[in-house]
Every structure is written in C-alpha cells, then in structure tokens.
Design a protein around this ligand. Structure first.
Ligand code: GUN
Ligand code: ZN
Length: 428
C-alpha cells in the first residue's frame, strides 16, 4: 500500500554550488508519496491527500523530510576505534587502525561490527554508505550481507595492501588482491542494491604491481567505482615520494597504474598540486571531503571553493573512524567550520546538498538516491528541527528554512533524526 508522509519537504532542482540557494525547493506543508520502494510523488500535503485518499498517512508534523544522507567515504571496520587520542595519520594507522583491522580475520567479529555500524549510521539518518572493508574477504561478506538484510543501498570493497609498510597479517599480494576482489565483485556487484568498489587502501601500502593489478581489474569492470586515499597529510605525501621516486606527484602513482578514471573516488585530496586538480577534473573523477577526520587527525583544510571552482565533483563523508562522528549533521558542521577557516562560509543549502545529492552525484547515483523526486528510490529521513532545548530556542527565532535548519546542522545529532525510510520501509 502507498504511504503518504507529511512534513516540510526539502528537495533540489539544481546544484546550489552553481545556482545558489535558489536551487533548493521548500514546501512548508508538503508530502512524499512512497510505494514499492520508490517515490511516486512530491508535492503539497493537501493536494497529495486529495489525489491519493487510499494512501496510509504518516504525519511527521513540522519535521523536515529530506533524502537520506549519503556518506561517500567510511571505514566500517574502524567503528570500535573511533575517537582514539593523540596521533597523526601514519601513527594513527599503526597504533589504532591496523591492530583493530587485524581482528577482522574473525568473520564473527566482522559480522558483529557490521551490524553495529549500520545500527549507528541508520540512527544518524545515513541511508547509503561507501565503506572500505579490511583485507579479509569475509569482512566484505559481512558488510554486504548486513546491508542486504536491511534493504540498504550500500557500496564497499576489500581493502588491498601488499607492501611491507602494512603489518604482517594484514597483507595480501598483487595476485590475491586481484583474485579476491574479482570474486567478491562478481558475487556482490549489482546484487539487490549493492555495488562493489575496487579498493587499494593508498599508494604507501601497495606495491606498483598491486596497483597495476587493481588497475587491470578496474579496466575489466569500468562500471565499478574505485576508491582510495589521496594527499591527506604532508608526511604521507613525502613518504609517497620516497616510495615512488619516478611519480610526478601523488596522483601519478594511481594514474600510472590505471587507477585514475571517472569512477574514481579520492578521499581527502587536501594538498593537491595544480596538475593533480587538472587531471582529476579532466577525467571527471570525484574528491571526497572528510572534514571531521581532517581536523581530528590534523590533516589540513580542504579547499572547497578552489576545487569546486575548478569543476571537480565533491562528495561529503564521515571517514569513520578517522572521522570523529557517525553523523552527517556533525560532518556538515565541520565542513562549515573548515570553510570558515578558509573564509568560505558554506550556505546551509550547500551543506545539505553535499550530504545528499552532492555525494550521490560523486558516486554516479544522483538519478537514484540523494534527492526526493518521482522515480527516485525511497530512502528518506524526517528531521526534527527542534530536537534539543538549545536547538529549539535558536530555531524558534528563524526567519526562513535555512535559519531554521542551520542550528540542527551545527548542533544536531541522532536525536534530530525522527524518522528513516529505507527503500520505502520504516527503519527508525
Ligand atoms: N589513509 C590510508 N588509510 C587510511 C584510513 O584508514 N583512514 C584515513 N583517514 N586515512 C587513511
Ligand atoms: Zn579513509
């Protein structure tokens, strides 16, 4: 039976980075009609009630109905080490991340963390995540099985590392990375709502042979996305230079091995050189902004204005557990704060778009998720704009939607997520 969900409604008719906040559409008394996992109609509440008298009505009051959040870069295996103190990237990987990822040799542990991860992301209104798994194929199985059980659109892949810069026990080989990734890809890619993502962790933990093997796999499956890390910290970039002395720059270590293309997702991308920006734009690749991670690990300030101005597609992401939150609200707040430090205060319309349609566009999924429109998949959230006393008293003074929404962006958490629908089914 069709469900008619009532509330305020926020949709986008265009890209607010290009068109300004006028690209957004706000209905003060709106409704979304959902059936068989899809959105059938978006419009005024009274109009849709009259046109669909048989639909079951769910009245979310003054809550704001939006597309669910799309987290374009996360590490579900790092769920249990989020908020670990005092390290920068390379020490953080060695001290906290790699020992935790080694625990995923136990498939039961992988299943337990995958369950917990999706509990947390759904509570926070994230309906699609793109996650790194660990080197263990069973960690990919656990991730996709749990997403499938919940009907989620989810993307992910086996993290590949074959250099001795990664610890013993967390290494594969060029050959096994290719074979395991291929088998997982053939098993999971396009099954239900799942997509396999070819996943070399980053150049410092792969040999050139492994990068080339994964580049070859990508060439055989160009409909798959490829995710990796790029120019996150200055120490890391210096390390890449010593490991790949002939590379023109960090991106070139990927480019030379078939790992630069339109379906490439490059996490962080903070300290880019001109050539790297030009090449990323020329091939139509996406960069993924992970602001809570960049401040938490001390990486630097992403250049949103420079990179979007250069024509790059940008997605927004938590990067859990390098990022310090599972919440895309907190992530938007951090993006705002990073923007402020670059004298570029991002408008709430842009922040919200980045967390929904911008990320969906970066993943090549903007025609399916990330917006509320007829024909789109029914992944949506209802956001309480007065979820705490501090937020409520500030929002009460709002003169328009953006003033009403911004306190929730800056101060909201999972308490602001009043409802979540996944493929049309209520998940919170
Ligand atoms: N670079 C390589 N691996 C990682 C990771 O797990 N997290 C972050 N933030 N950066 C990385
Ligand atoms: Zn990452």
């Amino acid at each position: 039976m069709a469900e008619l969900i009532l509330g305020q409604v926020l949709t986008y008719a265009a890209d607010p980075l290009a068109e300004g906040p006028g690209a957004a559409r706000h209905l003060g008394h709106g409704a979304v009609l959902v059936e068989d996992g899809r959105i059938l109609a978006v419009g005024g509440a009274e109009d849709l009630r009259a046109a669909h008298p048989q639909a079951q009505v769910t009245d979310m009051g003054r809550a704001l109905l939006s597309a669910g959040f799309v987290d374009a870069h996360a590490h579900y295996p790092q769920t249990a080490i989020i908020a670990s103190w005092g390290k920068r990237l390379i020490d953080w990987l060695n001290s906290y991340t790699f020992p935790e990822e080694a625990r995923f040799a136990d498939p039961a542990y992988a299943r337990e963390v995958a369950r917990r991860y999706f509990d947390l992301t759904l509570a926070n209104g994230t309906t699609t995540a793109v996650s790194y798994c660990t080197i263990h194929p069973a960690s990919v199985e656990a991730y996709f099985e749990e997403a499938r059980r919940r009907g989620l659109r989810a993307l992910g892949g086996k993290t590949c590392m074959d250099r001795d810069t990664a610890p013993e026990g967390l290494r594969d080989t060029a050959r096994s990375a290719y074979d395991d990734s291929k088998r997982l890809l053939e098993n999971w890619h396009g099954r239900d709502r799942l997509s396999y993502v070819i996943t070399p962790r980053f150049s410092p933990t792969s040999t050139p042979e492994q990068l080339a093997a994964l580049g070859a796999l990508w060439a055989e499956h160009p409909d798959c996305l490829m995710q990796t890390h790029l120019s996150e910290q200055l120490d890391e970039i210096a390390w890449v230079k010593t490991l790949y002395p002939r590379a023109r720059d960090y991106l070139d270590t990927y480019e030379a091995h078939g790992l630069l293309g339109p379906g490439g997702l490059y996490g962080h991308a903070i300290h880019l050189e001109r050539r790297e920006v030009d090449r990323l734009r020329a091939v139509g690749a996406s960069v993924i902004h992970c602001p809570t991670s960049n401040t938490f690990i001390g990486s630097g300030l992403f250049d949103m204005a420079g990179l979007t101005g250069a024509g790059l597609k940008v997605g927004l992401a938590t990067d859990t557990g390098g990022g310090s939150s599972f919440s895309m609200l907190r992530t938007m707040a951090a993006a705002y704060e990073v923007g402020q430090l670059r004298h570029n205060p991002l408008h709430p319309a842009v922040l919200w778009w980045l967390a929904t349609q911008g990320s969906a566009r970066a993943l090549g999924l903007a025609d399916r998720i990330g917006n509320l429109a007829p024909g789109m998949e029914a992944d949506l959230i209802a956001v309480d704009l007065a979820s705490t006393p501090a937020i409520a008293q500030r929002a009460a003074r709002a003169g328009d939607l953006w003033e009403a929404l911004f306190p929730t962006i800056m101060m909201g958490d999972d308490r602001a997520i009043a409802g979540v629908w996944v493929g049309g089914a209520r998940a919170k």
